[in-house]
Design a protein. Structure first.
Length: 655
C-alpha cells in the first residue's frame, strides 16, 4: 500500500514506490522463535508461502497495516506501532500516469535516477500501544490414537426354525433303520417298470411303505393317535393312487396319479393339514431326505463294546455283498447260457443307469420318511392363524363390487340358458358350440381366483364385533353362491361343446376339476356358519384323490371312445385322427367300429402292444387291448393310408 498524495504535490511528479517491509515480532515467553523471511536472491522479496492448518487448531489472526515513514526513520516494532488509517488511491488515475507507464523502459530508469522526492511532513507519532500479554503455550495436539483391531468371537445367531421347531431325532444306533432304507429302496428299484406303466408301481410303493413302518415303528407308535391315523390315511392314499397304473394307460391320468401319490407321501411324512403346512410339506419332505442321510449313517458308524462293529454294520455289509454277488455271478451265468439269460431277464430287470437312479430316489424317500416320522416338526408356527388387518371398508368395498359383477353375469347366463341357441346366434354371432367353448377357461380361471380371494378375506378380515361377522357371512355367502352358478355355467359350456364336436379324456378331466372347485365353494359356505374352516384344505386334497380314483374307475378314454362311436352312428362324423392317439384303454371300444374307420383308429396301438410285458409291468388295459386285437385279427389293423381315407368321416379341422 502507498501513502495518500497531498493536494499541493505536482501531479506530474511520480510518487515514491512503496517498499515492502519485513515485520519482526519480538520474542516472548511461550512464543515461537522468529524466522528469516525467505527470498530467491539477495535483496529480492517474495510472497508469503501458504500453510495448511489442521481443522480445530487454536490461534489468533492479526491484521497489521503497513504505512511508510521518513526515509531515515527506523521501522518501529509491532508492539510499539499503532495502526493508522491508510487512504487508497482512487481507481480513476490521471491519464498522465498511463502515459508515463507507456514510456520506454530506458526513460523510466532515467527518471528514477533524477527524481528527488519532495519534502513531505511525516505523520505524527502515535501513542505507544501496550504490549500484548504473553500467551500461554498451547499444548501440542496428541496424535490420533490407533487401537489394534481385535476380532472377537462372532455374535451367535438366534435359533431358527430348525433348532426350535424341527431339531430332528437324536442320534441312535441299530440295524433296523439302515436295513429298512436299503431294503425298501432296493425292492422298489427292482419292481418299478420305469417309464412303462404296470403293477410294479403299486408294488414299489407298497414295499417302501412297509419298509418305513418296519424301520420306524417304535418311534411311530409314540405319535399321537390322531396324527398317526392321518399319516396312515395319506400313506394308503399314495399306494392306492399308484395302483391305478396297474389298470389304466392314459398318459395324463397316470401322470396326475403319480404326482398325487408324491403329494400324499409328503403329507404322510411331514403331516400338514392347512394350506401353509401342506405347502410346507411339499418342500420339507425333499429337504428331510438330504438332512436325514447323516442321521441314518450314524447308525452304521457307531461302535459296539470294546470298539467292535455293531450288529447293524454286519447286517448292512452282508446285504451289500449279497447284491454284488448276485449281480456279478448272475451276469456271468446269463452270458454263458441263452435259456438261463431269458429266464433271468423275465424275473429280474436289467441293471442300468436308470435302475441305479430309481434305487437312489426310492432310498431317499425312505430316508425322509424314517427321519421325519422319528421326530416330526412342530407346525404350530407354520399354521398360525391370521391377524385381523382389514377393516370393514377395506374388504367390504372390493367384495361388494365382485358380488355386483357376478350378479350381472349370472343374469346374462340365465338369459342364455332360457333363450337357447337362437338367442346366442342373434346376440353373439357365434354358434352355440363356439359360444360354449369361448368362455370355459376364463370361467375356470375366475373360479380359482375367487377361491383365493375368499381365503384371503376370511384370514385377514376383522370380525371382532357382531356387525362385522354378520356382514362378512352375508357377503361371502353371496359371493360363494354366485360362484357356484359360474361353475355350473362353465360345466354346461364344456358339455355342450363336447356334444357338438367330440368327447376327449382331457376335457372330461377339466370338467371333473371344475366340479371339484364347485365343491370347495360349498365347503366354504358350510364353514362360514361357525367360522371353522381349518378342515377345508386337507378335505380338498382328499377330494382331489377321490376325483382321480373316480376317473380311473370311469376309464375316461374308453368313455370318450364310446361317446364318439355313438355320435358316429348318429351323424356319420368321427375324429379318427384323435381316436388313434388314444391309449390301450380305448382299444376294446375302437375294435367295434366299422372296418373303414377301425383300420385307422387301431394303427398306432399295435406298436405299443408288440413288446411283451414282464411280470412287474403287467397292466390290465394292455391285456384287454391284446385280447381285442386278437379277436378282430391282424387284417383289421391299417396304416396311415387308411387314416387319409378316414378324413371323409372327420369334422372340419378349422374348429
Amino acid at each position: 500500500m502507498t501513502d495518500a498524495v497531498p493536494d499541493e504535490v505536482d501531479p506530474t511528479v511520480k510518487p515514491p514506490v512503496a517498499v515492502p517491509y519485513l515485520l519482526v515480532m519480538p520474542g516472548g515467553d511461550g512464543e515461537p522463535q522468529p524466522v528469516a523471511w525467505p527470498g530467491t536472491a539477495e535483496g529480492q522479496t517474495t510472497w508469503a508461502i501458504p500453510v495448511t492448518i489442521p481443522s480445530g487448531t487454536p490461534g489468533f489472526a492479526v491484521f497489521v497495516p503497513l504505512v511508510p515513514s521518513a526515509a531515515a526513520t527506523p521501522v518501529p516494532s509491532v508492539a510499539a506501532t499503532a495502526a493508522a488509517p491508510v487512504e487508497e488511491l482512487p481507481e480513476d488515475e490521471p491519464e498522465q500516469d498511463k502515459l508515463e507507464e507507456d514510456e520506454p523502459e530506458e526513460d523510466e530508469e532515467h527518471d528514477e535516477e533524477a527524481f528527488v522526492p519532495p519534502s513531505v511532513a511525516p505523520f505524527p507519532p502515535h501513542p505507544a500501544a501496550p504490549p500484548f500479554p504473553p500467551h500461554p503455550t498451547a499444548p501440542p495436539f496428541p496424535p490420533f490414537p490407533t487401537y489394534p483391531r481385535v476380532m472377537g468371537p462372532p455374535r451367535p445367531l438366534p435359533p431358527g426354525f430348525l433348532q426350535t421347531r424341527w431339531p430332528g431325532p437324536e442320534s441312535a444306533s441299530g440295524w433296523r433303520v439302515p436295513v429298512a432304507v436299503l431294503a425298501g429302496g432296493l425292492v422298489a428299484a427292482i419292481v418299478l417298470p420305469g417309464m412303462r406303466v404296470g403293477i410294479g408301481w403299486f408294488l414299489g410303493g407298497f414295499a417302501l411303505v412297509a419298509a418305513v413302518i418296519a424301520g420306524i415303528w417304535p418311534a411311530a407308535a409314540a405319535l399321537a393317535k390322531g396324527d398317526r391315523a392321518m399319516r396312515a390315511v395319506w400313506a394308503g392314499a399314495a399306494v392306492v393312487l399308484l395302483s391305478v397304473l396297474a389298470f389304466r394307460n392314459a398318459w395324463w391320468l397316470v401322470t396326475f396319479c403319480v404326482l398325487g401319490a408324491f403329494g400324499c407321501a409328503a403329507l404322510a411324512i411331514v403331516g400338514g393339514r392347512r394350506v401353509r403346512s401342506i405347502l410346507f410339506s411339499l418342500v420339507a419332505a425333499p429337504f428331510a431326505a438330504l438332512r436325514g442321510i447323516p442321521w441314518v449313517a450314524k447308525h452304521l458308524s457307531a461302535s459296539g463294546r470294546n470298539g467292535k462293529p455293531r450288529h447293524a454294520q454286519r447286517v448292512v455289509w452282508s446285504v451289500i455283498i449279497t447284491v454284488l454277488f448276485t449281480l456279478v455271478f448272475g451276469a456271468l451265468l446269463a452270458s454263458a447260457d441263452a435259456a438261463f439269460s431269458q429266464v433271468l431277464s423275465d424275473v429280474m430287470p436289467t441293471v442300468s443307469a436308470g435302475r441305479v437312479f430309481l434305487f437312489i430316489l426310492c432310498a431317499l424317500i425312505a430316508v425322509a420318511a424314517v427321519y421325519t416320522v422319528a421326530a416330526p416338526p412342530d407346525l404350530s408356527t407354520v399354521d398360525k392363524p391370521g391377524t385381523a388387518r382389514l377393516r370393514r371398508l377395506e374388504w367390504g368395498l372390493p367384495i361388494g363390487a365382485l358380488v355386483l359383477l357376478y350378479s350381472g353375469f349370472v343374469v346374462v347366463q340365465a338369459t342364455v340358458l332360457f333363450g337357447g341357441q337362437h338367442h346366442v346366434l342373434q346376440t353373439a354371432g357365434l354358434s352355440y358350440a363356439e359360444y360354449a367353448r369361448s368362455g370355459f377357461w376364463q370361467l375356470a380361471t375366475v373360479t380359482v381366483l375367487t377361491i383365493a380371494v375368499l381365503g384371503g378375506v376370511t384370514r385377514w378380515a376383522g370380525r371382532e364385533d357382531r356387525v362385522d361377522r354378520i356382514l362378512l357371512r352375508t357377503m361371502l355367502g353371496l359371493l360363494s353362491s354366485l360362484s357356484i352358478v359360474i361353475v355350473v355355467s362353465a360345466l354346461s359350456r364344456m358339455y355342450t361343446y363336447q356334444k357338438v364336436y367330440s368327447f376327449t379324456g382331457e376335457r372330461i378331466f377339466v370338467m371333473a376339476f371344475e366340479l371339484l372347485l364347485g365343491t370347495v365353494f360349498i365347503m366354504i359356505m358350510v364353514a362360514g356358519i361357525r367360522w371353522r374352516g381349518a378342515w377345508i384344505p386337507s378335505t380338498t386334497v382328499g377330494l382331489a384323490v377321490v376325483m382321480l380314483l373316480t376317473l380311473a374307475v370311469l376309464n375316461p378314454e374308453d368313455y370318450a371312445a364310446r361317446r364318439n362311436i355313438a355320435r358316429y352312428q348318429e351323424t356319420g362324423k368321427i375324429d379318427a385322427w384323435y381316436l388313434r392317439a388314444l391309449s390301450s384303454d380305448a382299444t376294446p371300444a375302437l375294435s367295434t367300429l366299422p372296418d373303414s374307420v377301425r383300420r385307422c383308429t387301431l394303427s398306432w396301438i399295435v406298436d405299443d402292444l408288440d413288446e411283451p410285458d414282464p411280470w412287474y409291468g403287467w397292466n390290465l388295459g394292455r391285456e384287454n387291448a391284446r385280447a381285442a386285437l386278437k379277436r378282430v385279427g391282424s387284417s383289421a389293423i391299417g396304416g396311415s393310408s387308411d387314416c387319409q381315407r378316414a378324413d371323409q368321416f372327420d369334422l372340419p379341422k378349422t374348429r
